[in-house]
Design a protein around this ligand. Structure first.
Ligand code: ADP
Ligand code: MG
Length: 343
């Protein structure tokens, strides 16, 4: 009897202590970029929740105003309608930093990631609007390919872009969520917050430690088309690290028994089909993690792994589908250092 009362007191203390104001936490959630976001901040004297929310809203609005293809007068929307060749198109500092990082990803991945892939994405029916499920002809692909290629855009560090072809357009949807995560993370840090988790549509950045001093634990989804949306495949521990995952299990269409991925190989113009069902990348920034995740989907397991193992502070888990629905997990050199329960 005495023992259980004692246990009860200990349990109450454990539950109550964090709520007595030693360390507080705040949660924020909502919709952005056609998906959802969740943010958790931890710390002493966090202040007013509404002020943090206003900061988050302001930053998300700015990212959308810059990079959303759904907003007609966004920077990207205006650039896509700009048809002059070799004429400067002025861009904001934020957009410039995204374009410079994008160029690095394009070069590092030998063009497997290409931010000008949009006409091909549209051709395959994955653009804005309803998925068409129609398979284009080889001629259609051949006609559109020359309108794509990141090299068709010149980036000037003075703050402008130039087109080498009037038809070239930008689609940064595969790095926009990651960029949004990084942008919020920067804003939180600038305002004195060092312990937080930011997530937009499954792309994550974790700063510092949780309220109990542990690293943040983040789940990677099971890459199966029929798996429940929140089923967890692996858990990683993050502290001052980003995690992004790209997969072919959510966004695809079927035609005559074949499935077509929304990830397109920009060099051929065709959806990728290399057995890779999911790629998770750990990196220092979420934008790079996001872009590399898409790129490794295109490059395939062997070349993708090779690239990740060459890049500093970058790790990956590549999941490949084998016969009868089984999976093979392919780990980069240091990935298991982050896997929960593996070290
Ligand atoms: P998700 O949006 O499911 O997280 P990704 O981050 O992998 O997936 O981004 C996929 C989107 O990126 C596609 O819908 C398309 O707009 C665009 N995309 C497809 N293939 C490429 C590619 N090779 N390089 C850059 N962007 C791509
Ligand atoms: Mg991506």
């Amino acid at each position: 009897m005495r023992k259980s009362v004692h246990q009860l007191i200990v349990a109450i203390l454990i539950v109550v202590v964090p709520e007595m104001g030693l360390t507080g936490e705040m949660l924020f959630s909502g919709k952005t970029m056609g998906t959802t976001y969740r943010i958790k901040i931890v710390g002493d004297h966090l202040g007013d929740q509404e002020q943090w929310q206003a900061l988050i809203d302001k930053r998300l609005d700015a990212v959308n105003q810059s990079m959303s293809t759904f907003i007609a007068d966004s920077e990207i929307g205006r650039f896509n309608r700009f048809e002059k060749i070799d004429a400067p198109f002025s861009i904001s500092n934020g957009f410039l930093s995204v374009m410079l990082a994008a160029k690095r990803i394009y070069q590092d991945t030998d063009g497997a990631w290409d931010g000008t892939v949009r006409p091909l994405v549209n051709l395959w029916g994955f653009g804005t609007g309803q998925m068409t499920g129609r398979i284009p002809s080889d001629d259609d692909v051949k006609t559109i390919l020359p309108a794509t290629g990141f090299y068709l855009i010149t980036i000037s560090e003075k703050g402008f872009l130039m087109k080498k072809s009037s038809r070239v357009t930008l689609d940064l949807s595969s790095i926009a969520k990651g960029y949004g995560v990084d942008d919020i993370a920067t804003a939180l840090k600038q305002n004195g917050c060092t312990r937080f988790l930011v997530e937009i549509g499954g792309e994550v950045y974790a700063s510092g430690k949780k309220e109990n001093g542990d690293s943040w634990k983040v789940g990677i989804n099971t890459p199966r088309k029929d798996a429940p949306i929140d089923q967890i495949y692996k858990v990683v521990e993050l502290s001052d690290k980003a995690l992004a995952t790209s997969g072919d299990y959510r966004n695809f269409f079927e035609n005559k028994g074949k499935t077509y991925s929304h990830v397109i190989d920009p060099r051929t113009g065709y959806p990728v089909k290399n057995g890779v069902v999911s790629v998770s990348i750990l990196s220092d920034t979420c934008m790079v993690a996001d872009g590399l995740a898409t790129a490794v989907m295109v490059m395939g397991a062997e070349k993708g792994l090779d690239l990740v193992n060459r890049l500093e502070n970058t790790e990956s888990l590549i999941v490949v589908s084998r016969s009868k629905g089984s999976f093979e997990n392919i780990y980069s050199k240091g990935f298991t250092n982050f896997e929960y329960g593996k070290h």
